[in-house]
Design a protein around this ligand. Structure first.
Ligand code: FA5
Length: 338
């Protein structure tokens, strides 16, 4: 019997010694230590022995079991460690390799201008309003004091989708929408957004461009208030040394009306002016249609050309750069205003 035990022990230890991976360890475990394994079966032999020999034999079988379990545990630990080292070697990261460079986008220069103008006006207590780009003729023209056959409609020829709907030619219809929504309450808003016209594209004109509308309605509003806010805005955007110039103009929705130019230094050192917006005091008819009594309320309004601001601010030679999505152009504006 003792010899049989020794033989099993030798066989088991040799099998463990030769085991090359964890699955071979598992089969050694099954062969010797499982319920029907060789060592467990030895216990079944107990009942064939003389009762006096049973305790000693039982002890020897247990001893064998402990030794084989210990050997199995040791070998398993060695193989596990080897497997871990091998996988670490395979997955080793070469920290000297160059990293993957992620392309960093930037905010479009026109949106940078809009955000800057918004910050300025929010600081003065204005709200930011919105309106649809596909507008009703009624808001785009009639509520702005341009009847169906008004000749000034020709200045803003546009794209119609049906008899009454068009791509808005300016952000001014948001004036009408806001007045109706405010139901006769004082208001001050700006509204940035896209507008469309059937203009031929050239270095300073585009058939699609951006405007920022401004509208203030309150008691005791004077033209001087408009001039003050526009000068402050120009100096916020371009620097304290900038001046504005107001030229008389005509818009059916404001009276009096002006075109507003901002000064810049020309290449030869002399001072020039570039038109950036139209403005004026809100026409009494527009106030009336919006639900405000013109004897009680006055207002001023303006419509800023966003591209013109960006052209002036960043010395850009052609408006079309803004819409061509050329990364060589756009990359220059990374973090300009941040
Ligand atoms: C208007 O659109 C008026 N709604 C502005 C206004 C609002 C006046 C409120 C009074 C009260 P105008 O057509 O001039 O006006 O356009 C305003 C600005 O948009 C211009 O000063 C210019 O900066 C810009 N702009 C006009 N047409 C184009 C174009 N085709 N491409 C790029 N910018 C343009």
């Amino acid at each position: 019997m003792k010899e049989q035990l020794m033989k099993i022990k030798e066989k088991a230890l040799e099998a463990l010694l030769l085991a090359k991976d964890l699955s071979e360890i598992e089969s050694v475990k099954n062969q010797y230590l499982s319920k029907k394994g060789e060592i467990s079966l030895l216990m079944g032999e107990l009942r064939n022995l003389d009762p006096s020999e049973r305790p000693a034999f039982g002890q020897m079988v247990n001893q064998l079991k402990v030794e084989v379990e210990q050997a199995l545990y040791d070998k398993k630990s060695i193989l596990e460690e080897e497997a871990l080292l091998a996988s670490l070697k395979n997955e080793k990261i070469d920290v000297t390799l160059p990293g993957v460079k992620l392309y960093e986008g930037s905010i479009h220069p026109l949106n940078q201008v809009i955000e800057d103008v918004e910050d300025f006006f929010i600081g003065l207590g204005y709200e930011v309003a919105e309106g649809p780009e596909l507008e009703n003729d009624h808001y785009n023209f009639e509520m702005m004091n341009l009847d169906k056959d008004h000749p000034a409609r020709a200045m803003q020829d546009t794209f119609y989708t049906d008899e009454t709907h068009l791509l808005r030619t300016h952000t001014s219809p948001v004036q009408a929408r806001t007045m109706l929504a405010k139901k006769g309450q004082p208001l001050r808003i700006i509204c940035p957004g896209k507008v469309y016209r059937r203009d031929d594209d050239d270095p300073t004109h585009s058939h699609q461009f951006m405007q920022i509308e401004g509208l203030v309605i309150d008691h005791h509003i004077q033209f001087a208030n408009l001039k003050d806010v526009l000068l402050k805005m120009a100096q916020h955007l371009f620097g304290k040394e900038r001046m504005i110039r107001l030229r008389p103009s005509y818009f059916p929705f404001t009276e009096p009306s002006v075109e507003v130019d901002v000064s810049y230094v020309k290449k030869d050192g002399s001072i020039g002016y570039i038109e950036v917006l139209g403005a004026g005091q809100v026409h009494p008819n527009v106030l009336k249609m919006g639900g405000y009594d013109p004897h009680e309320f006055q207002g001023f309004a303006f419509g800023i050309g966003v591209e013109r601001i960006a052209i002036l601010k960043y010395a850009i030679d052609d408006i079309r750069h803004f819409y061509q999505n050329d990364l060589r152009f756009l990359d220059q504006f990374k973090g300009v205003n941040r």
